[in-house]
Design a protein around this ligand. Structure first.
Ligand code: BG6
Length: 495
C-alpha cells in the first residue's frame, strides 16, 4: 500500500521507551521499506539535547537494542536526517504552537497533507494533559489524519479508566485513539489467529467437549530493577493480567471472526471479556493468589528483595506475582478453567499457553502400557522460545506396547530464522496505516478492568500477611501450586 506522508511526535522522546523500542522499531521499518517516502520524527522532551546530541544518543539505542545492526553507520546517515529534537515544557502552550509550526513546515516542504502521530511515551498522568493541549490547539481536528498512541497503563482501575475514556471521547473520535498492548504485536501472538482459524484441524476440538483446561504463564526472570516507583502503583495484576494476559485469553477463547476488519476482531474479543466470570469479593481468595519475592539468586545473579528495591516501601503490599483462575461463561467454554499466572524474579523467562485436551479413554491398553491417561497438549510458546508443540502418545520401540508422550514441534526459528519483527514494529506500522485491529478499544479496556476490579479490591481490603512469600528463581508462592492442584493439575513449564 502507498503510505501517506507521516510526522511522528514522540512525547517523552528522551525516555527509555523511545530509546529501546520506538526508535529502533522505526529504524527497522525504515530498513524494510515500510515507512512512507516522506516521514519525519520529532522527539520531544525536557532533557537538554542539541539535534546532533539527540541523534547520537538514539544511535546508541539502535546499536544496543535494534534487531538489525548491520551497516549501522551507512544506514544511520540516511535515516538520521529524518529526526529532530524539540526541548519543551509540555505544559506550555508555546510547545504546541511549535508543533503546529513544524507540521505546517513539513507539509509545505512535501507539498502534501501529512498523517500526524502523537505518541505518549510519558508518565500516564501526563498523557491526558498532553492530549487536551493537542485538542485545544486544533492539532487533532482532522480525525482522518491525526492519531494518538497511549501506552499502558490506561487508567489505574475501572473508574479511572472510564473517566479517561469519557474525557478522550469528548475530544476525539475513537478511531484516533490507539491504546497499546504490545503483546498483541508479537508475531507468536498474532499467529494464534492463523493457528486457530486458518486450519480446519483444531477448531472442531476447540471447546469444552475436548479441552480440559487452559494455562497461561508469563514469567520473567528479573526483578523490578529500576522501575520500583512505577511498580509500587501497579503490581502484577495491573501490570500484566489486566492487559496482556486477558488479551491472550481472548485470543484463545474468541469465536471465529467473519473478517479481519478491525472491529470484527475486536468485537469477538470483547465477547470473551464480557463472558469471563466476575469473582465476588468473597470468592477472590479461592481463585486468586498473590506473591512477592524476597531475596535470592537467579542464574547465579543476586536478586535483592522487592521491598529493598529503590522506590519501594519497606513494608510494601504490592504483588510481584499473581495467579488467577478464570471461567469463560459461554457455551463453548462451559466449566473449563483458565489458569493464568505471571511474576517477576521467577525461574526463567517464559510466556506460554497450554491447551490441555481431555484424556483418551483408558480401557484398551494393558496396565504395562503405562500412562495412557496422559492427555494431549498443545503448547504455544510465545517467548523467548518461539514454537508450537503438540504432545501425543506414541509406542515406544520394543516388543511390548509401551506408551510414551512425544512432541510434534513447529519452531519459528527453524522456519523463519531468529529475526522476527518486534512487536513495536508491527504496532507502529499499524498506526501509520491507520489500522486499529491490534489496539484496545475503549470498551475492551473497561471490560478488562471490570474483571480485575474485585480482585484489586479484595486484596486491598486484606493486606498480605506473608510477604515476601516466594524466593527468586522459583515458580512463585506455594499457594499458586495449590490453586491449580485443587483441580488436580500442575503448572506446565517447557522442558
Ligand atoms: C510490560 C510490563 O507491559 O511488559 C513490564 O509493564 C513487563 O513489567 C513487560 O516486564 C513484559 O514484556 P515482554 O515483552 O518482555 O514479555
Amino acid at each position: 500500500t502507498k503510505r501517506e506522508p507521516t510526522i511522528i511526535f514522540i512525547f517523552g522522546g528522551s525516555g527509555d521507551l523511545a530509546y529501546r523500542k520506538l526508535v529502533p522499531a522505526l529504524y527497522n521499518l525504515y530498513i524494510d521499506k515500510y515507512l512512507p517516502d516522506n516521514f519525519y520524527i520529532y522527539g520531544i522532551g525536557r532533557s537538554e539535547y542539541s539535534e546532533d546530541q539527540y541523534i547520537d544518543y538514539l544511535k546508541g539505542g539502535i546499536a544496543s537494542f535494534s534487531r538489525r545492526k548491520e551497516a549501522l553507520d551507512e544506514t544511520w546517515k540516511v535515516f538520521s536526517p529524518h529526526i529532530d529534537y524539540i526541548k519543551a515544557d509540555l505544559e506550555k502552550d508555546d510547545t504546541y504552537q511549535e508543533i503546529s509550526n513544524k507540521i505546517a513546515e513539513k507539509e509545505k516542504e512535501w507539498n502534501a497533507k501529512a498523517v500526524v502521530m502523537f505518541y505518549m511515551s510519558v508518565a500516564p498522568q501526563l498523557a491526558p494533559m498532553i492530549a487536551t493541549k493537542l485538542y485545544e490547539h486544533g492539532l487533532t481536528a482532522d480525525a482522518a489524519h491525526s492519531r494518538m498512541v497511549f501506552e499502558k497503563p490506561f487508567g489505574h482501575d475501572l473508574e479511572s479508566a472510564r473517566a479517561l475514556n469519557i474525557k478522550l471521547g469528548e475530544m476525539f473520535e475513537e478511531r484516533q485513539i490507539y491504546r497499546i498492548d504490545h503483546y498483541l504485536g508479537k508475531e507468536t501472538v498474532q499467529n494464534i489467529l492463523a493457528l486457530r482459524f486458518a486450519n480446519a484441524l483444531f477448531e472442531p476440538l476447540w471447546n469444552c467437549n475436548y479441552i480440559d483446561h487452559v494455562q497461561i504463564t508469563a514469567a520473567e526472570d528479573i526483578g523490578i530493577e529500576s522501575r520500583g516507583s512505577y511498580y509500587e502503583g501497579a503490581g502484577a495484576l495491573r501490570d500484566m493480567v489486566q492487559n496482556h494476559i486477558l488479551q491472550l485469553v481472548c485470543m484463545i477463547a474468541m469465536e471465529a471472526p467473519v473478517s479481519f476488519a478491525a472491529d470484527e476482531i475486536r468485537n469477538k474479543k470483547l465477547d470473551v471479556l464480557k463472558a469471563i466470570r466476575r469473582w465476588r469479593k468473597d470468592e477472590v481468595h479461592k481463585n486468586a493468589v498473590r506473591g512477592q519475592y524476597g531475596e535470592g539468586w537467579i542464574h547465579g545473579k543476586e536478586i535483592i528483595a522487592y521491598r529493598n528495591e529503590k522506590g519501594v516501601a519497606p513494608n510494601s503490599p504490592v504483588e510481584t506475582f499473581a495467579a488467577v483462575k478464570f471461567y469463560v461463561d459461554n457455551w463453548r467454554w462451559r466449566g473449563i478453567p483458565f489458569f493464568v499466572r505471571t511474576g517477576k524474579a521467577m525461574q526463567s523467562k517464559s510466556s506460554l499457553i497450554v491447551i490441555e485436551f481431555k484424556p483418551a479413554p483408558d480401557y484398551a491398553f494393558p496396565p504395562e502400557a503405562g500412562e495412557t491417561w496422559r492427555p494431549n497438549r498443545l503448547i504455544i510458546s510465545i517467548q523467548p522460545q518461539m514454537d508450537i508443540r503438540l504432545r501425543f502418545q506414541a509406542k515406544q520401540p520394543g516388543p511390548q506396547m509401551i506408551l510414551q508422550p512425544v512432541d510434534m514441534v513447529f519452531s519459528y526459528t527453524d522456519a523463519y530464522g531468529d529475526n522476527a519483527p518486534e512487536a513495536y514494529e508491527t504496532l507502529l506500522e499499524d498506526v501509520i496505516e491507520g489500522n486499529p485491529t491490534l489496539f484496545m478499544r475503549a470498551d475492551q479496556v473497561e471490560k478488562a478492568w471490570e474483571i480485575i476490579q474485585p480482585i484489586l479490591e479484595a486484596w486491598q481490603t486484606r493486606p498480605p500477611v506473608d510477604f515476601p512469600n516466594y524466593t527468586p528463581g522459583t515458580w512463585g508462592p506455594e499457594d499458586a501450586e495449590a490453586l491449580i492442584a485443587r483441580d488436580g493439575y500442575n503448572w506446565t513449564t517447557l522442558p
